[in-house]
Design a protein around this ligand. Structure first.
Ligand SMILES: *Cc1c(COP(=O)(O)O)cnc(C)c1O
Length: 415
């Protein structure tokens, strides 16, 4: 039954969530480590799995990734420091910095830590090369077309700020500063369409031929989708791998040397491992519309407001009453923020939608599913709301992996 939470297949079951709601103040995030490990296994054909940590950058999640032999991508100095804190090594390719620009502080730390750079602009190469000759670099290439689940996640084409348009222009800079070019990278938005993917793989081969340098790695980037809705199918990893593997073989043949194939997923590894638990605090009618307001807002879970993303919502009744799943009400679900966009049931563009949900009572818990990716990591302090707890379930034990921030901590920055 779609409106009920899963009772059997994972640690994110009714019994565990009930226990957690007794112990912790809502709202809070919960992750199941087993789900992450199972997703990692699905990618074992790739030579290197590099976790795009921006999807879920908690250091305990990063440690779990490290334990499972993953490498990590960082897109800011903060993410580099997180990776180091979690045990990833400097002076190696365990951490790669991907960006379209450097700020000065980040640039100097990257040189100090000797972290390879996946450059999305020619200026980055110049700025790095002029003070760090010999530094290992990748080129992030814009293949001149894009794809994504929303305009905001499309990462290729003329309307994307990401990547280098003509990688041939990078060559004189690389030569001048004796940078070491080790890999080519293409991250083409979120979502997969296999016909489109073929084009991306072809563009990768073309770029290698164009540049004709003895690189070691190619990266397929991230963007592997997960089924957020019941009627969506999971991605066929074999098909995905096969297309990239064919590109790798062509490249290997052309350069006459082995090439390692990297993949760089964020969402795929963590989205399904996480839920957001919130409590219903107000139920009210606005004309004919039924509003249910919970204690979590878009400062906690940003995706519906930002992209019109769909998250499945289920109910955990506070009083253990039987939920009447066949009798549903068209319901709008919103949060506490002083902002009309604080609605979890909306389309891209902001049109309010309703969800068919069983009768809900004050005090019930609403669970937002598949929020392990771009959930906690996108949260903000808007409306002066402290960041909420993150809890990891591992071997049937609950571990608070991030404490709830206090208002005092927030205010202390302004002392
Ligand atoms: C965001 C990002 C990813 C991960 O994207 P997902 O859609 O979460 O898989 C991978 N690589 C780069 C460079 C990114 O910016």
């Amino acid at each position: 039954m779609p409106e009920l939470i899963n009772t059997t297949t994972s640690n994110l079951n009714i019994k565990n969530i009930q226990l957690l709601t007794k112990k912790y103040q809502s709202p809070f995030w919960v992750y199941d480590a087993n789900i992450i490990r199972n997703k990692i296994k699905l990618l074992k054909q790739f030579d290197i799995i590099r976790f795009a940590q921006k999807a879920c950058s908690n250091t305990h999640i990063l440690k779990l990734m490290k334990k499972n032999n993953l490498k990590v991508d960082a897109v800011s100095l903060g993410e580099i420091e997180r990776a180091l804190f979690a045990g990833f090594k400097k002076n190696s390719n365990e951490i790669i910095f991907t960006a379209d620009l450097f700020d000065e502080e980040t640039l100097s730390k990257i040189i100090e830590y000797n972290i390879p750079v996946n450059a999305g602009s020619l200026d980055m190469l110049k700025q790095l090369g002029s003070i760090s000759s010999g530094h290992h670099v990748w080129l992030r290439i814009n293949p001149k077309f894009g794809y994504g689940h929303s305009k905001k996640t499309n990462t290729g084409g003329e309307n994307s700020k990401h990547g280098i348009w003509d990688p041939r222009l990078a060559l004189p800079i690389i030569k001048k500063y004796k940078l070491k070019l080790i890999g080519l990278h293409m991250h083409i938005g979120s979502g997969v369409n296999y016909e489109h993917l073929k084009k991306v793989c072809h563009a990768m081969v073309e770029s290698v031929v164009q540049i004709n340098k003895k690189i070691k790695f190619i990266s397929a980037g991230g963007g592997l989708p997960i089924p957020y809705k019941f009627d969506e199918k999971p991605i066929n990893i074999n098909k995905y791998f096969t297309l990239w593997d064919e590109a790798r073989k062509k490249i290997s043949q052309f350069l006459n040397k082995p090439i390692q194939l990297e993949i760089e997923p964020g969402r795929f590894l963590v989205a399904e491992s996480g839920i957001l638990v919130s409590q219903v605090r107000t139920i009210k009618k606005m004309g004919n519309k039924n509003f249910v307001l919970v204690d979590a807002g878009f400062n906690d879970l940003m995706r519906p407001t930002m992209y019109g993303s769909y998250h499945h919502i289920s109910i955990l009744p506070k009083d253990n009453r039987e939920i009447e799943v066949n009798k549903t009400i068209d319901t709008v679900i919103g949060g506490p923020l002083c902002e009309s966009g604080d609605i979890f049931t909306q389309e891209e563009g902001g049109n309010i939608q309703t969800r068919k949900l069983p009768s809900i009572k004050i005090g019930d818990y609403l669970i937002f599913h598949d929020t392990g990716a771009y959930g906690a990591s996108m949260s903000s302090n808007y409306n002066t709301r402290p960041l909420i707890q993150e809890i990891l379930i591992e071997n049937n034990t609950f571990k608070v992996i991030r404490k709830r921030q206090t208002i005092k901590e927030l205010l202390s920055l302004e002392e």
